[in-house]
Design a protein around this ligand. Structure first.
Ligand code: CMX
Length: 435
């Protein structure tokens, strides 16, 4: 596999680059930590490193230095498609270079070869209660796949640290290859009476998911690729990426680690916000019997805030401008479903909610995030069971966190172990600072 050979070439250079940086400049300060940050969820504390993506507060995400419009324009696309191969994004994430069409297609081929899901995984899913949340099912399935971990096996056999990244890459390819099938199976089992559409070997990873979801609209294949690319990575401090990294830092394999990441994605302040956002938009639509006026949206938003709840899909811990992942989906909607009523609601909400949040004066960022519109698009194409949406987020997120996990192994990143203090210690520091 060319990707493995490329990694084999570049990893020694990166190891040397990092070794020299830490040896020569290890005592250079990258920031300081305040008491407010210690109590405030470590917001903005610079304590992680990744070269796969970076989020600028005003510009948003760049994948390996490329903005979302650049990624969508430049990555190779399947014939007749308007959105690139997801395999190309995975190549870019892992290797750091834009792939040729052949290189993107090689990743797609690798995924196909590894896509068969063992029966016991489906049995685990079928054994769960019918009303189990799809994120619990998704996490269970990922955990069950741990049974086949090559990293865990090779570790038991005794490999050198230099080799760690290789079985991590194998496991990562095996895991990511299977996730579209697992997600579509959960969907069919929960909502379609178990009528599972078999994968089509002719289709690429993203399009095959669309096919297995049983949705025939050709645009849904493009939307699936777009959705997975946009949700793949958002640097390393977000909860799902960080949870995956923390778990993997103990030399847990990628199945244990990504299951931890998925569990944190299931929280309403993170990935689950996409289902909450669609619920909120439908609430607006139903409350006013159709597309509401701006004034009605304003009142509805204030009612939500006054009842002590957040408005899902708005705000962000790092971003201070509208999320380019939102913009890319908005542009897709403008093109494919300009007259859809729910899209009209989402547009008015996007005009009014930032104003309301600014008036309230609490949120540091009043603008739309990735979750503000993703559900509207899914709803349009017929995926109306919105508690499924975070599973799709998880399928996309697997790409970024597994690529990061391979690199964390390659660079020998150690077990994470930040230091905690007591409140009395912090009070003492505050007292000394004031005196
Ligand atoms: N609606 C209402 N209040 C909001 C808000 C929103 N959309 N966004 C922020 N606030 C509030 C916070 O709850 C906080 O209030 P308190 O001081 O009472 O605790 C205050 O504004 C300051 O928060 P912040 O520093 O601007 O934001 P945080 O970094 O603490 O949190 C986030 C970021 C995303 C959790 C928050 O904006 C939020 O809850 N948004 C709604 C949920 C959502 O869309 N999450 C998805 C984010 C993207 C993702 O991870 O998928």
């Amino acid at each position: 596999m060319e990707m493995r050979e490329k990694l084999n070439q570049i990893i020694p250079e990166w190891r040397e680059r990092v070794r020299a940086l830490v040896k020569d400049s290890g005592d250079v300060k990258v920031g300081e930590v305040t008491i407010a940050q210690v109590y405030g969820g470590m917001r903005s504390v610079k304590s992680l490193v990744t070269d796969i993506s970076f989020v600028d507060p005003n510009e948003g995400i760049r994948f390996r230095g490329y903005t979302i419009p650049e990624v969508l324009k430049t990555l190779p696309k399947p014939k007749g498609a308007s959105i690139p191969y997801v395999g190309g994004l995975y190549y870019l994430s892992l290797i750091g270079e834009l792939p040729t069409t052949e290189q993107a297609e090689e990743v797609e081929k690798e995924w196909k070869l590894r896509s068969e899901v063992p029966d016991f995984v489906f049995e685990v899913l079928r054994a769960m209660p019918a009303d189990a949340h799809p994120m619990m099912l998704f996490s269970q399935a990922i955990l069950a796949l741990q049974y086949g971990s090559i990293f865990a096996q090779r570790y038991q056999e005794g490999m050198t640290k230099e080799e760690y990244w290789m079985p991590m890459l194998e496991d990562s390819l095996n895991l990511t290859a299977k996730l579209p099938t697992i997600a579509a199976y959960i969907y069919s089992m929960k909502y379609k009476g178990g009528e599972f559409v078999e994968p089509d070997p002719e289709l690429d990873w993203g399009a095959n998911f669309a096919h297995m979801m049983g949705i025939s609209a050709p645009d849904y294949k493009d939307l699936s690729r777009l959705y997975f690319i946009l949700h793949s990575d958002h640097e390393s401090g977000n909860a799902s990426a960080h949870a995956t990294h923390l778990a993997a830092s103990t030399l847990s394999d990628i199945y244990y680690a990504f299951s931890a990441g998925v569990n944190s994605l299931a929280g309403p302040l993170h990935g689950l916000a996409n289902q909450e956002c669609l619920r909120w938009l439908l609430g607006v639509y139903e409350a006013f019997g159709g597309v509401p006026t701006k004034e009605q949206v304003r009142n509805y938003a204030w009612d939500t805030l006054n009842s002590g709840q957040v408005i899902p899909g708005y705000g962000h811990a790092v971003l201070r401008k509208p999320d380019p992942r939102y913009t890319a989906q908005y542009e897709f909607a403008e093109e494919q479903l300009p007259d859809d009523e729910l899209f009209q609601v989402a547009k008015i909400v996007n005009e009014i909610v930032p104003q309301v949040l600014l008036e309230q004066g609490k949120a540091k960022n009043p603008w739309a995030n990735v979750d503000a519109i993703s559900g509207t698009l899914q709803y349009y194409y017929g995926v109306r069971e919105f508690d499924f949406y975070t599973v799709m987020f998880g399928v996309g997120r697997s790409l970024g966190v597994t690529a990061n996990a391979v690199w964390a192994r390659a660079l020998g990143q150690p077990i994470e172990r930040p230091k905690s203090l007591t409140t009395a210690m912090l009070e003492e520091m505050a007292r000394k600072d004031k005196s």
